[in-house]
Design a protein around this ligand. Structure first.
Ligand code: SAH
Ligand code: AVI
Length: 312
């Protein structure tokens, strides 16, 4: 990471901790350990999202590949271990290039290397970037016919509605006139099912949440004492979202950069929103970003959806 990026991120973290409700962006979950913990979350029985999205992809892959067509450039936002992408990579016809984009550098590069070894004929051009900031896309060897932006996992739900719309507008631009977006969108359902997914019985989500503080201590020199924080995740029915927080078990001062941040006993840091959408709610948001939802696939229980969006 460049010194300028490091300084900008440190400023961003401090700004968040100086808000009336203290908060840190969920992008800081993802150092190497955070990415590994996320991979563990995807295998938990309570975390219905990954297995359901994978099933939807497998079930509908013929229709999905027909819509995408040949010689596409597949650009994936927040690719992680590219688990669901493999279904696409194995079925898309004459794919021009695969461009996984992720902030978690080591994890991204290792995943890209793994895909190259599995599919030696495919050009894989990973981009280490924060996709909420401007970043350059690499030039592929084979000229693609169009761009498909793949955004699985319902990572869109980790943004506020305003930020999600802004990101969808960037994706709209990235996809270009002949392109499209294939996106995973988690759906509203019984709140008990949702809350269980973020309060798993093995405590992996708690470790994932707390790991953010370990990441900040290592990368940005803060001195959070991990023992005095605990995981909290609850569903806000009014807003239709999980809100994940870290709760301070004591009054304490945390030093970060040149700042000292005071926490009261019981005070929280908001670390993540995870919005759950209605189909109509997501369609409206996509429309506001210039997209029309052309096709929606869901599972029989209507837990999750995969949506193909074109320019409206
Ligand atoms: N797409 C995968 C992983 C989802 S986890 C799946 O569906 O299972 C979210 C991923 O997005 C992580 O790999 C994380 O490192 C990445 N990520 C989160 N915020 C990001 C940002 N602002 N810029 C780039 N990558 C980001
Ligand atoms: C990446 N993102 C969509 C996950 C989610 O469900 O919001 C991150 C996560 N947080 C807790 N568990 C998983």
């Amino acid at each position: 990471m460049s010194a300028a990026t490091h300084d900008r991120e440190l400023r961003e973290i401090i700004d968040g901790l100086q808000q009336p409700e203290k908060m840190i962006s969920p992008k800081y979950f993802y150092d190497e350990r955070g990415s590994q913990l996320f991979d563990q979350i995807t295998t938990l029985p309570e975390y219905y999202q990954t297995v359901t999205e994978l099933d939807i992809m497998r079930e509908n892959i013929a229709e999905i590949t027909a819509l995408i067509g040949p010689r596409a450039s597949l650009i994936e936002y927040g690719s992680g271990s590219s688990l669901k992408t493999r279904v696409l990579l194995e079925h898309l016809v004459d794919l021009a290039v695969y461009v996984p984009v992720d902030i978690s550098e080591d994890h991204l590069l290792a995943s890209a290397q793994q895909i190259r070894s599995e599919l030696p004929d495919l050009e894989v051009l990973p981009v280490v970037a924060d996709f909420t900031k401007q970043f350059a896309l690499p030039d592929p060897t084979v000229m693609p016919l169009h761009n498909i932006v793949y955004f699985p996992g319902s990572t869109i739900g980790n943004f506020t509605d305003d930020d999600a719309r802004a990101l969808l507008r960037v994706i709209h631009h990235e996809a270009g006139a002949s392109g499209a977006m294939l996106i995973g969108v988690d759906l509203q359902k019984d709140p008990a099912i949702i809350e269980r997914a973020y309060n798993d019985s093995s405590g992996i989500t708690a470790k994932f949440n707390l790991n953010m503080l370990r990441h900040l201590n290592r990368e940005y020199g803060s001195d959070f004492d991990l023992k005095s924080w605990s995981h909290n995740a609850r569903y806000n029915e009014t807003e239709g979202r999980i809100e994940m927080r870290l709760i301070s078990s004591a009054m304490q001062t945390v030093n970060i950069g040149q700042e000292a941040v005071v926490f009261n006993k019981g005070e929280a840091i908001l670390t993540e929103y995870s919005h759950k959408y209605s189909l109509s709610g997501f369609a409206t948001m996509a429309e506001q970003a210039g997209f029309e939802v052309a096709q929606v696939w869901t599972d029989p229980g209507k837990l999750f959806s995969v949506q193909y969006c074109i320019r409206s």
